[in-house]
Design a protein. Structure first.
Length: 666
């Protein structure tokens, strides 16, 4: 009986355990079913999208950057294919320094490469690919490829690199591209164009490369790739090719540009040449210049220190950002202001006795007495006394109100970034500029020197060339520009860039004729006559000499006793042909003395080339480089001559100006 009772107890226990186990299994199965319902029903769409993303990858295709040409089709900026060795820090399996040291055993990695990599990495994100070596040889590519399995996060990429074939001649106009830094990346990320810059590492930093970045960059494409669980690409699913950037044709004539640079030699200065009929910029020279190719890969510290620390300031775009007193080149504009404002008539006589006294202060003229002068002869002989009195009669605000619409002391609107305004003084300007009340007051004596382009006057050569273009084109003002046409990469058709229509300033044609004829007289019997002897065309011009430091009333200017960088600037403005101008030029040669001694002979050779098709001889170029105006030796240049003529090496001598009869401010 006892055994039977034990068996029954064990059976009850077994059944209880079996029931518990069944309930546990049922609960577990219920949980599995519930989870399946959640995954298959509730989260079906979300998980399906994640699965799709895990099996595909979207890779950006960076577009080819558009090329840049001069007006005649000479290449100024283009691309070449190269191989780069790049590191993605977030994908490395060991410390970065160890990886670079190991790579250096396979390919040459110089200290400069390491410094460049460090700077680029500082501006990049951790998951960005940063170049360690550029322009790998085929042998280096093969050597690394055989060992690539040892270097996760390091890869060889084929890239198109930017190059500027003419180097120095294009730096201040074309500019350059460089690697995108963090500030630029943040700006891109916050813009509507962020998707278009996926995969892009370079952006325009200066010049045309910067101002036309949106056209030159192009449209980024993409590939959708199927990937394995390891992340390796299996096959291409879709392909949307990138659209290359537009190519640009500039208004610039690179042969003219290079000629001007040769004529400057080792001297500093700027020259801007404009077609007055439409304000196309024909030459835009700032000397000295620099090689933009240095900046594409990331400039080395030694090169940067040499450029940034140079007293000649080669990085300064003098044509765009160099503001100078215009000296006597301001006088034609003062004459036009006098005629338009009825402060003078063309025949009104002013006696130049060599000085003029105002408020007990003597304003001198370095030329001595010039006698009785009408307006034309005052311009031709560059009378200071005539324009001292005119400035006093007009007053600073009247001068300002006439010159501002001409663009002097104003932004011209040229299609380059970084233009400076300069200074066109007025009583309001002085009040806003100076902090101390005693300095804010405008004194009548300050107006006098404005008449001869001194005092607070400070303009760029771009502004001067643009204002001269308006004067010689019948008073019609155009916005100066550098880009002429754009090439659509799809249709392969050139399309002119639209420009705003010219604005008629409303000047009386008779007044314009008086000033233009006087400027023609400058080249025939005035201060630049010696520089234009035998010219096969008729031109107009005006010399100018601008003080860098003030010379006391009882002191005599002696260039030999003054350090070279404190000597007067030499300026010249010109237009030709006289009857129907196709070129207007503003030129400054820093610290070179009288306008007719340095700037005028340089401009003469430019006009010989542009108007008469004559290229100066080597002897003439050397003479101009040294500041010695020689007889214009010139030989006609063949129409098929190459753009980059062999440069004449300038002798390292300081310029010396000759007295041209032009006057300096007291």
């Amino acid at each position: 009986m006892t055994e039977l009772r034990n068996v029954k107890v064990e059976v009850v226990r077994f059944r209880r355990r079996l029931l518990i186990l069944a309930l546990v299994m049922l609960a577990a199965f219920g949980l599995v079913v519930a989870r399946l319902v959640v995954l298959q029903v509730a989260r079906h769409d979300d998980l399906e999208e994640q699965a799709e993303n895990n099996s595909t990858a979207v890779l950006p295709i960076v577009p080819n950057r558009g090329e840049i040409f001069d007006r005649n089709g000479v290449v100024l900026a283009t691309n070449y294919k190269t191989y780069t060795l790049e590191i993605t820090p977030s994908k490395l399996d060991r410390p970065l320094d160890q990886v670079i040291d190991a790579i250096a055993q396979l390919v040459d990695v110089t200290p400069l490469d390491r410094k460049r990599f460090a700077r680029a990495r500082a501006d990049a994100r951790n998951f960005d690919s940063v170049p360690l070596r550029l322009r790998l040889t085929d042998a280096e590519v093969a050597r690394f490829a055989a060992q690539a399995y040892r270097f996760p996060g390091v890869e060889i990429k084929a890239r198109l690199m930017r190059t500027y074939p003419l180097g120095l001649a294009t730096a201040h106009v074309v500019g350059y591209i460089g690697r995108i830094n963090q500030t630029e990346q943040d700006r891109i990320d916050d813009s509507d164009d962020a998707d278009n810059y996926r995969g892009t590492d370079y952006i325009g930093k200066l010049g045309i490369e910067s101002s036309y970045e949106s056209l030159l960059h192009g449209a980024t494409g993409f590939q959708v790739m199927e990937t394995a669980a390891s992340g390796q690409a299996v096959r291409e699913l879709t392909d949307h090719p990138a659209t290359p950037g537009d190519s640009l044709r500039l208004t610039l004539d690179i042969k003219l540009q290079q000629l001007v640079e040769q004529l400057y030699g080792n001297r500093r200065g700027a020259l801007v040449a404009i077609d007055p009929r439409n304000s196309e910029v024909l030459a835009f020279v700032s000397q000295p210049s620099f090689d933009p190719n240095l900046f594409v890969d990331g400039i080395g510290q030694d090169d940067w220190d040499a450029l940034n620390g140079s007293p000649d300031k080669p990085l300064l775009n003098r044509a765009l950002r160099g503001a100078y007193p215009p000296g006597s080149t301001y006088k034609p504009f003062m004459a036009l202001a006098a005629l338009e404002g009825r402060y003078r008539t063309p025949a009104q006589i002013v006696v130049d006795r060599g000085s003029w006294t105002f408020g007990g202060h003597v304003f001198r003229s370095s030329d001595g007495p010039l006698g009785a002068l009408d307006m034309a002869h005052a311009i031709m002989k560059s009378s200071d006394v005539y324009f001292y009195q005119l400035a006093n009669d007009m007053g600073v605000n009247a001068i300002h109100d006439f010159m501002a619409p001409l663009g002097l002391g104003q932004l011209t609107g040229i299609d380059l970034p970084g233009e400076v305004r300069g200074v066109l003084p007025s009583t309001q300007w002085k009040h806003q500029t100076f902090k101390r009340p005693a300095q804010q007051k405008w004194y009548a004596g300050e107006t006098i020197s404005l008449g001869i382009g001194q005092g607070y006057n400070s303009f760029t050569m771009l502004q001067m060339a643009s204002a001269l273009s308006t004067l010689v084109d019948g008073g019609v003002r155009h916005v100066p520009h550098l880009v002429r046409e754009r090439l659509d990469p799809v249709s392969q058709k050139w399309t002119p860039m639209s420009q705003p229509p010219g604005r008629n300033m409303g000047y009386h044609q008779a007044n314009l004729s008086v000033v233009r004829n006087a400027m023609i007289g400058v080249t025939q019997q005035g201060t630049s006559r010696a520089a234009f002897v035998g010219a096969p065309y008729l031109s107009g011009g005006k010399t100018g000499t601008a003080q860098v430091i003030t010379i006391g009333q009882k002191s005599h200017y002696n260039a030999a006793r003054i350090p070279e960088r404190y000597r007067d600037h030499s300026l010249y403005i010109a237009f030709a042909p006289a009857d129907n101008p196709t070129i207007a030029i503003a030129c400054i040669v820093e610290n070179a003395g009288w306008g007719a001694g340095a700037a005028a002979p340089l401009v003469r050779r430019v006009l010989d080339y542009w108007i008469a098709g004559r290229y100066p001889s080597d002897e003439a170029i050397k003479a101009i480089q040294q500041g010695h105006p020689a007889t214009p030796g010139a030989a006609p240049r063949r129409a098929d001559a190459p753009a980059s003529a062999e440069a004449v090496q300038p002798e390292d001598q300081p310029p010396s100006g000759a007295d041209d009869g032009d006057s300096a401010a007291p």
